[in-house]
Design a protein around this ligand. Structure first.
Ligand SMILES: NC(=O)C1=CN([C@@H]2O[C@H](COP(=O)(O)OP(=O)(O)OC[C@H]3O[C@@H](n4cnc5c(N)ncnc54)[C@H](OP(=O)(O)O)[C@@H]3O)[C@@H](O)[C@H]2O)C=CC1
Ligand SMILES: O=C1O[C@H](COP(=O)(O)O)[C@@H](O)[C@H](O)[C@H]1O
Length: 515
């Protein structure tokens, strides 16, 4: 049961949901327009932004992909746009948005086609009054990132047109490289064409309200920061569990695995928000610098402090599902991990000696992303022996930050059970986002697209950060590659992962929090 009470008036709530300034007129150019990401996330997010009145009046979208979809794009995606945009089903509302979306078919490798693209954009500027401002969104497989960027440079679409007061930016999807070397090479390639301030490396976790709220919880409240350190915290757990499998993305996932797919990026971002020092301001560089300091303070992770898993057949939500090796376009003896758990330490004054346990995986028992801060037991267990019959007993205090679903924060503490005896039980104080502020349809992409259009890079990854996280992960990938696993699959779909993961915490006298 929720105990959330909110002291915000409807007027204040409305004000917090309004924009201080709208983005300049612009065209969002989506490379990979016929793909899954565009359909499920980008177009719905843009539609929702438009419906919220956050887009400039002079605004347009150009979808770019290989197939000839001029006649059907984006009409054949309209159901997804309406559903994903969280706007009530109403075709009349959708029509003005769809009128601003156009399509251009080309092969990303086709040098000559970029001249056609340039011409098409100039025509759209005329039609929509978009003033030559461009947001090039690379929603494509990573092997195309460099090519597209260099062709944009070669055809002089990377810089504002001389004499005009406008901007050109690029948003680059993850994965940003597949190891340290490739990330550096990609950064070099992209930096040859775009200045760093033009590059927005997206990690959609940073667009989630609950992720941003980690910083608000820590730095806008007076009581938590004092205990947010090694003196009071026993350990930190970060869980990013998914119940879905690889959703037909066999070739991509075979080359990625859980470590590359979510740990190097989403989970490392969560960790940096939990562990960073207060930035001097909420400006892009100040926040990014503090994050990088955290990643650089993480000690090299020893392979013995890691666990790999791969799901076999099992049951998810009461339905039988196939194992990873049976998925489409997956090698029948694949070594790719669909689960990874790590134990790591951040060697700085705040965190020395506090283990951080991380786990992420597919086809786990349920979808839940949560950060658990477990505090030390009080120094004197005054009430030992009074735990109370039938009650759960006194457990250490826990702050759990639920990133998704059921977004919110809970604090576990001990309370006296009513009655003549001094019996105690653990209870939870809950804050629920939905109860406090109503359900949100925002999917992270909305906020980030808006920020990119506004030129605000605070919630985007920076070159240094990407390279720092790859520096941590790459040695593990190399160590794992040298040491093939013999027991894959080692967890059944629909469970909480391999037994070795529980054993890793058990060897430290701890266990994963039940989620
Ligand atoms: N899907 C998701 O939920 C997420 C995806 N991402 C990242 O976003 C990016 C896109 O992913 P996703 O949408 O799933 O990928 P898809 O495979 O669904 O889409 C790929 C797109 O690229 C186009 N394309 C591929 N090759 C060419 C080419 N040579 N010339 C022109 N167009 C080409 C395809 O066009 P056509 O159909 O015409 O061939 C299609 O529009 C990837 O980097 C992925 O890692 C990141 C987070 C989540
Ligand atoms: O980037 C990715 O993220 C999703 C998980 O995102 P979420 O917002 O649903 O938590 C993951 O399924 C996908 O494999 C990965 O590429």
């Amino acid at each position: 049961m929720s105990t959330t009470q909110v002291n915000i008036s409807p007027e204040a709530m409305k004000a917090s949901q309004s924009l201080e300034r709208r983005p300049d007129p612009c065209i969002v150019v989506i490379f990979g327009a016929s793909g899954d990401l565009t359909k499920r996330k980008l177009l719905p997010a843009l539609y929702h932004l438009e419906q919220s009145g956050f887009l400039p009046e002079n605004f347009a979208v150009l979808g770019v992909a290989r197939r000839s979809l001029e006649a059907t794009f984006p009409a054949d995606m309209k159901d997804g746009i309406i559903k994903g945009g969280g706007v009530e089903e109403n075709e009349a509302k959708l029509a003005p948005f769809v009128d601003r979306v156009q399509y251009y078919a080309m092969n990303f490798d086709d040098d000559a086609a970029y001249e056609g693209l340039k011409k098409k954009l100039a025509e759209m500027d005329e039609k929509f009054g978009t003033k030559a401002n461009r947001l090039f969104y690379l929603a494509v497989a990573p092997e195309y990132f460099s090519d597209i960027v260099s062709y944009l440079g070669k055809h002089e679409m990377n810089k504002p047109v001389e004499g005009a007061n406008h901007w050109v930016r690029t948003v680059i999807e993850k994965p940003f490289g597949h190891d340290l070397e490739s990330a550096r090479a990609l950064n070099d390639e992209v930096n040859k064409v775009f200045d760093e301030h033009q590059i927005f490396r997206i990690d959609h976790y940073l667009g989630k309200e609950t992720v941003q709220n980690i910083l608000v919880f820590r730095f806008a409240n007076g009581i938590f920061e004092h205990v947010w350190n090694r003196n009071y915290i026993d350990h930190v757990e970060i869980t990013a569990a998914e119940s879905i499998g690889i959703e037909g993305r066999g070739p991509f996932y075979e080359g990625a695995g859980a470590l590359r797919d979510v740990v190097q990026n989403h989970v490392m971002e969560l960790l940096s928000f939990v562990a960073m020092e207060p930035p001097v301001s909420f400006e892009a560089d100040a926040v990014r610098n503090e994050k990088v300091k955290v990643w650089k303070a993480i000690q090299p992770i020893h392979p013995a402090d890691t666990v790999r898993g791969q799901y076999g057949p099992g049951n998810v939500d009461g339905k039988p599902v196939i194992g990873y090796r049976q998925e489409d376009r997956v090698h029948p003896r694949s070594q790719t991990e669909t689960y990874a758990a790590l134990r790591l330490e951040i060697e700085n004054w705040r965190w020395a000696g506090v283990p951080f346990y991380i786990r992420a995986g597919k086809r786990l028992a349920k979808r839940v992303t949560e950060i658990t801060i477990q505090f030390k037991q009080p120094p004197l267990l005054l009430f030992k022996g009074h735990e109370g019959k039938g009650a759960e007993g006194i457990k250490p205090n826990v702050i759990s930050m639920r990133i998704q679903p059921d977004e919110g924060i809970a604090l576990r503490f001990a309370a006296k059970v009513p009655g003549p005896n001094m019996s105690m039980s653990s209870v939870n104080m809950n804050f629920s986002y939905a109860d406090a502020f109503g359900a949100s349809s925002a999917n992270g992409y909305e906020r980030l697209l808006l920020d990119a259009m506004l030129g605000d890079g605070t919630l985007f990854a920076h070159r240094d950060g990407v390279e720092a996280t790859w520096s941590l992960i790459t040695p593990l990938l190399e160590a794992w590659a040298k040491d093939p696993v013999k027991d894959f699959p080692n967890y059944a779909a629909g469970t909480w992962g391999p037994a070795a993961s529980d054993a890793m915490l058990k060897s430290d006298g701890r266990k994963w929090r039940k989620l």
